[in-house]
Design a protein around this ligand. Structure first.
Ligand SMILES: CC(C)(COP(=O)(O)OP(=O)(O)OC[C@H]1O[C@@H](n2cnc3c(N)ncnc32)[C@H](O)[C@@H]1OP(=O)(O)O)[C@@H](O)C(=O)NCCC(=O)NCCS
Length: 159
C-alpha cells in the first residue's frame, strides 16, 4: 500500500447515509435513486456482503459493496467522489475486494455496469475482467448494461 494513501476500512452503520448519497450522485446519476440509506444499511449488516470505505479529511472519498455467493461474488457498487478521482482509489478498493474474494474461495467475480461508463470498464479491464453479456435498456429502459467477469479459478464441477 502507498504510505500516504488513505486507509480502507469496513463501513459502519454511520456511513450508510453518505454512501447512499455518493451512489445517487455517481453510479445512479440520471436514474431513479435505488440505493438509499436503508438498503445500504442492510448491506452493512449483512453477513454475505462487505461494504468498504475510504475517507479523506473525514469526508467519504470512495466505497464499494460486494456480495458473496457459494462460488461467485458480485460487485454490487463501487464509486469514488469526483474530487478524489484518478489517484488510484478505485483500484485499491477493487484490489481489497479481489483479495477477499480469493480468500473466500470464489471462482469468479462479476459486475454489471452502464455501457456508457467507459472509465469503469477500463478500470475492470485493467484488473482482468472480461465482458460476457450485454442487455439493451437494462437500466429503466434507458441505459444499456454490460456484464463483466473475472475468473479467479476454474469453477468446481459436481459429479
Ligand atoms: C470509475 C471510477 C470508480 C474510477 O475511480 P478512480 O479512483 O478515479 O480510478 P483510479 O484512479 O483507481 O483508476 C484506475 C484505472 O481506472 C481507469 N480509469 C479511471 N478513470 C478513468 C477515466 N476517467 N477514463 C478512462 N479510464 C479511467 C484507468 O484504467 C485507471 O488506471 P490509470 O490511472 O493507470 O490510467 C470513478 O470515476 C467513479 O466513481 N465513477 C462513477 C461511478 C462508477 O462508474 N462506478 C463504477 C461502476 S459501478
Amino acid at each position: 500500500m502507498d504510505a500516504d494513501a488513505a486507509p480502507i476500512r469496513l463501513a459502519s452503520a454511520a456511513d450508510a447515509g453518505a454512501i447512499a448519497v455518493l451512489s445517487r450522485d455517481t453510479i445512479e446519476a440520471g436514474l431513479p435513486w435505488r440505493w438509499q440509506e436503508p438498503e445500504i444499511a442492510r448491506f452493512i449488516r449483512s453477513d454475505r456482503h462487505n461494504v468498504i470505505v475510504s475517507d479523506a479529511a473525514g469526508i467519504l472519498a470512495g466505497f464499494a459493496v460486494m456480495g458473496y455467493g457459494a462460488d461467485t461474488a458480485y460487485l454490487a457498487l463501487l464509486a469514488v467522489a469526483p474530487m478524489a478521482r484518478r489517484g488510484g482509489l478505485a483500484r485499491r478498493l477493487l484490489r481489497w475486494l479481489l483479495k477477499t474474494g480469493e480468500v473466500a474461495g470464489m471462482a469468479s467475480i462479476t459486475v454489471d455496469l452502464r455501457e456508457d461508463n467507459l472509465a469503469a470498464q477500463r478500470l475492470y479491464e485493467t484488473a482482468g475482467f472480461v465482458q460476457f453479456a450485454r442487455k439493451t435498456g437494462a437500466y429503466y429502459g434507458r441505459v444499456n448494461q454490460v456484464s463483466m467477469r473475472l475468473a479467479m479459478r476454474p469453477a468446481q464441477t459436481t459429479s
